[in-house]
Ligand binder design. Structure first.
Ligand code: HEM
Length: 511
């Protein structure tokens, strides 16, 4: 905290390398001992010694730099007050379009009630306080989510919450005092979008995305109640970890082309699993693999515990290894037949029933990420000075921003509408009526992400290609938005699904 009140004249006299002060946002910084450590070099600091460097500083640095180096601040300018807003944990952003409409105080929403708002407020504080600092660090060093954060989320019933609405939440109290029974798909949208604000795409998937898309299948399809309860207990308490293992080097979206085999032993008591899986998120540390296998008359889904013959190795992708993306090999792995999910040879139903929620979550995520990028661009255009004026004063920049804002607002509106419909439908109705619209929204929102990432890098220039500093969020988005375009079904497959599903209900109608 600033200690002294200093006059501008007195500050101006500290204008040499031996005593180098400057003013940033009405606060005084003593940079004398920092000159040699400054990543931007000593020359630039000497050029601003004794002056007000506010404009120059914000042209090149994020606000967080000042927070990190707050110990350099020695006082405030006499009779002046800092103006820059520094958000505290849990706060909403006051930058236009930085929050969805329903969170802006001036607007109303037909969808969100007090319970959704309580959940949002509690999660914002939780994510800002506990998730973001760890996420940022792990995204950088590529290490996996800590047991400490896992345990913290378990205590708040957050792992269970992230599976979406259902019986598994009954009797549980969720953040904001929300009862598990009242948790619906609008709550689900809220939680997905709040977690994404940690701005760490690899860690985001490392944070139990494997469990989110696989335990649901176990809860819905595992016939053996004893195994189901045990596995659910172990995984929801953060003691064991689970992932979904469908994709192979041989087949991605073409589930019918899978080559991993499950052959029954002659006594009919076990399956012997052989094959490989590729791009398995969280696979590196998982104890259970919900695995798509070829059985003699079709396709089946089997829960495979990590045991003899299961090997995982790390795949380096364009986002952080914090996601634990893995290549999995099953080499004569013996699994009791009780670990089958659903009916033998009818595994498509098991997989398909999971897809809608997974895709819905991905829409929530990529739309929220896109909004953050819009916020970054708005802030940058408002503070960056080139050719003697702010970027925002250039009409070409405003055109770009208008396009980006429109994509985000349109997608969020469609997303909320779909979430609202999901709230009043059974899972079967959702699959029948919303599988297509969710596919179209996912496909369109990643096309929007493509446009937004492209424009954002053009706005940030070289900084949009730099992993630290002003453009680091934009750089990461541009490098990683494709994960949402590929995972859970590619844009083309999902766009096609959307139209094919519409044609199924086509009336005998002519032009
Ligand atoms: C409290 C004062 C300051 C601190 C703590 C500070 C810290 C930093 C840090 C951490 C970076 C690395 C880039 C980043 O991660 O954002 C940086 C870069 C830089 N800084 Fe500073 N800085 C300060 C003041 C200034 C001032 C007053 C100027 C200009 C006169 C300046 C000019 C630069 C330049 C040119 C770079 C390289 C920027 C780039 O590559 O885009 N710094 N500074």
């Amino acid at each position: 905290m600033p200690r002294e009140t200093l006059s501008r004249d007195f500050i101006a006299s500290h204008n040499t390398a031996d005593s180098l002060w400057c003013i940033i946002d009405h606060k005084v910084y003593d940079l004398t001992d920092f000159i040699d450590a400054h990543p931007g070099g000593s020359v630039v600091l000497e050029q601003v010694a004794g002056t007000d460097a506010t404009e120059t500083f914000y042209n090149l640095h994020r606000q967080e730099v000042l927070e990190k180096y707050s110990s350099l601040c020695i006082g405030v300018v006499e009779n002046e007050k800092p103006e820059v807003l520094v958000p505290s944990p849990g706060q909403l952003s006051s930058v236009p379009y930085a929050e969805p409409l329903w969170l802006r105080p001036q607007f109303k929403s037909p969808y969100f009630n007090d319970s959704h708002r309580r959940l949002q407020r509690a999660l914002r504080v939780f994510v800002d306080t506990y998730v973001t600092p760890e996420a940022q660090a792990k995204e950088k060093d590529g290490s996996y989510i800590s047991q400490e954060l896992t345990d913290r989320m378990v205590r708040e019933n957050m792992l269970a919450m992230r599976l979406g609405p259902g019986k598994h939440l009954h009797g549980k109290i969720l953040p904001g005092g929300v009862k598990g029974e009242e948790f619906d798909y609008l709550h689900d949208l809220v939680q997905a979008q709040e977690f994404v604000r940690a701005n760490s795409r690899g860690f985001q998937d490392g944070n139990f995305s494997g469990l989110m898309i696989s335990l649901t299948a176990v809860l819905q399809w595992m016939k053996n109640e004893k195994i189901k309860q045990r596995v659910a207990g172990e995984t929801l308490s953060g003691k064991k970890f689970m992932c979904l293992a469908i994709t192979e080097a041989f087949a991605g979206s073409d589930v019918a082309g899978l080559r991993t085999t499950a052959t029954k032993t002659p006594d009919g008591k076990h399956y012997i699993i052989n094959g490989t899986k590729k791009w398995i998120t969280n696979g590196m540390w998982c104890d259970y693999f919900v695995t798509g296998c070829k059985t003699d008359k079709g396709f089946s889904v089997i829960l495979i515990p990590r045991s003899k013959g299961v090997e995982t190795s790390l795949i380096k992708t364009s986002y952080s290894t914090a996601a634990g993306t893995s290549f999995v090999e099953f080499n004569n792995v013996k699994v009791p037949v009780e670990y089958l999910l659903g009916e033998e040879h009818k595994g498509f139903m098991v997989i398909m029933s999971n897809f809608n929620h997974e895709r819905f979550m991905m829409c929530c995520g990529v739309i929220r990420w896109s909004r953050t990028v819009v916020e970054e661009c708005l802030k940058w255009c408002n503070q960056r000075i080139v050719f003697g004026k702010k970027l925002i004063e250039q009409p070409v920049m405003r055109q770009k921003l208008a396009k980006m804002i429109s994509h985000v607002e349109a997608n969020q509106a469609w997303l909320e509408q779909i979430a609202y419909q999901m709230c009043s439908m059974s899972y079967a109705q959702q699959s029948k009526l919303l599988g297509g619209p969710i596919g179209l929204l996912k496909s369109f929102s990643t096309r929007s992400a493509h446009e937004i990432a492209d424009e954002a890098v053009n706005i940030f220039g070289g900084r949009g290609l730099t992993q630290s500093g002003m453009g680091r969020v934009v750089e990461q988005f541009h490098r990683t938005y494709k994960f949402d375009a590929i995972l859970g079904g590619t844009e083309e497959i999902l766009a096609d699904l959307g139209v094919r599903q519409a044609m199924k209900a086509f009336p005998k109608s002519m032009l």
